[in-house]
Design a protein around this ligand. Structure first.
Ligand SMILES: Cc1cc2nc3c(=O)[nH]c(=O)nc-3n(C[C@H](O)[C@H](O)[C@H](O)COP(=O)(O)O)c2cc1C
Length: 163
């Protein structure tokens, strides 16, 4: 499996989660970790899984993330498995619907990505962090879940032969 983990991070918390995810995915294949600023369209070619993470800003994606996503060619992720995460405050059930991970998932689906898991949130205590205790461990478990999911994905249907 070839995986790409991409993150945007203002204070370093989302980066820590991204690195923990990448470390765990390495047991299933090759993994490249890039910040969104480093990402180019060609990095996404020939990749089996793209995991993307961002902090939630004002119940949405940070503007910098939206701008980068807007610049990608249409359908660049066609057929590529995707999963998204964010870092956010702990919120009420209602407000927890307005996360960067949900917005990211929608944006990556629009680029043709095939979402393999619900968007996930890892919690910070304050604006600049730190992450709550146990969140890095939870990120590792989530990565394990993603890699298991990918291994169980059915291959494309076998050709039908008429007799
Ligand atoms: C301008 C701004 C707006 C924010 N808005 C939200 C928000 O709407 N909901 C939320 O849960 N956290 C919000 N936060 C807190 C961020 O989620 C937190 O800073 C982030 O998880 C830290 O990740 P980072 O270290 O990778 O930047 C906001 C932070 C900033 C700087």
């Amino acid at each position: 499996m070839k995986a790409l983990v991409v993150y945007f991070s203002k204070f370093g918390n989302t980066q820590k989660v991204a690195e923990a995810i990448a470390e765990m995915l390495e047991s299933a294949g090759s993994v490249c970790v890039l910040s969104l600023e480093q990402l180019t369209a060609s990095d996404m070619k020939g990749v089996d899984l793209v995991v993307m993470g961002s902090p939630t800003h004002r119940m949405n994606l940070p503007e910098a993330v939206r701008l980068v996503l807007k610049g990608f060619p249409r359908r660049i992720l066609r057929g590529t498995h995707i999963a998204t995460f964010d870092t956010s405050y702990k919120m009420s059930w209602w407000l927890s619907h307005f996360t960067a991970a949900r917005r990211l998932a929608r944006a990556l689906r629009r680029l043709g990505g095939r979402q393999i898991a619900p968007p996930e949130t890892f919690h910070v205590m304050e604006k600049e962090g730190p992450l709550y205790e146990g969140e890095i461990e939870r990120a590792r478990k989530w990565a394990e879940f993603l890699s298991g999911k990918l291994q169980r994905q059915p291959e494309s249907a076998p050709p039908k032969f008429s007799t």
